[in-house]
Design a protein around this ligand. Structure first.
Ligand code: BTN
Length: 273
């Protein structure tokens, strides 16, 4: 690829797409406020399982913990997928991790990068022993418009062809893109189609067999487990300890300095080495 990265078009996605359900309806927008918001509205109007919304840019991209997600035009992937099948109940809390494993596998398919996960669902590129964030996941529970119907909107942002100069200075030490890491542009259509394929495989498996294999794949790829960490909880509380492992619902088990084991379900993790 030379010059500017190609625009994302259906023609650039479909030749690579080999899914059965996810992406059967794939809506590609030039600009939206947030693909998660657009898809939540469509779910309310009866959109079917596996509907996908993609945008070239977002004016109000949302991140975890009320943050914004930087969404410049034409460089990255901003995608939301509707998961509307009834999952085994113990699987629901693993959905963000399932999506993180799908992103990791898609990136590993297209690149040779050392990609790992930071609890709960940040995707990191490891370079010279340092992890920088490549992708993030935001899962919203949504109504489906049918009595008591619930579904999940899985929102995924991947920094694909974003050069260093497009990141605000304060993010440059902690965030990165596939372009920065691989030193060449990545085909966003192929990456999206590969991601949807990996997601469908894991989703089908979780629907049929529950979360066991997904939990195992997640733990194998998780860079947090075994590390000394600081957890920044909602509000301003911070706790330090060692990330020991995961509870059966995916919560992070943290052993504090005074040997208490806490189960953390929301918060931001900082790896201390
Ligand atoms: C995070 O904070 O790490 C989660 C970021 C999730 C960003 C994606 S981009 C597509 C989808 N639409 C949004 O508004 N957010 C998610």
């Amino acid at each position: 690829m030379t010059g500017l990265p190609a625009p994302l078009t259906l023609d650039a996605i479909h030749p690579h797409l080999a899914t059965r359900v996810i992406g059967t309806t794939l809506l590609l927008h030039d600009e939206v406020d947030s693909t998660n918001r657009v898809l939540a509205d469509l779910a309310q109007q009866g959109a079917h399982d596996g509907t996908v919304v993609v945008a070239e840019s977002q004016t109000a991209g949302r991140g975890r913990l009320g943050r914004t997600w930087l969404s410049p035009r034409g460089l990255n992937l901003y995608v939301s997928i509707l998961l509307a099948r009834a999952l085994p109940s113990e699987t629901v809390s693993w959905t963000p991790m399932l999506a993180a494993v799908a992103v990791l596998r898609a990136i590993r398919t297209l690149t040779t990068l050392d990609v790992r996960l930071k609890w709960p669902n940040d995707v990191l590129a490891i370079r010279s022993g340092v992890g920088r964030k490549l992708a993030g996941i935001l899962v919203d529970g949504v109504g489906t418009g049918q009595a008591s119907g619930r579904a999940m909107v899985v929102g995924i942002g991947i920094n694909v062809n974003m050069p260093v100069a497009a990141f605000p200075k304060e993010l440059r030490a902690t965030a990165t893109s596939l372009l920065i890491e691989t030193e060449s542009p990545v085909d966003r259509g192929r990456l999206l189609a590969t991601l949807l394929g990996e997601l469908e495989r894991l989703y089908d498996h979780a629907c049929a067999h529950g979360p066991g294999d997904i939990a195992a794949a997640y733990q194998a790829a998780c860079d947090t487990i075994g590390k000394p960490v600081r957890i920044e909880l909602l509000g301003s509380e911070k706790i330090e300890g060692t990330a020991e492992g995961l509870a059966s619902d995916g919560a992070l088990r943290l052993r504090t300095k005074n040997e208490k084991v806490l189960e953390i379900r929301a918060g931001d993790v900082v790896h201390l080495r």
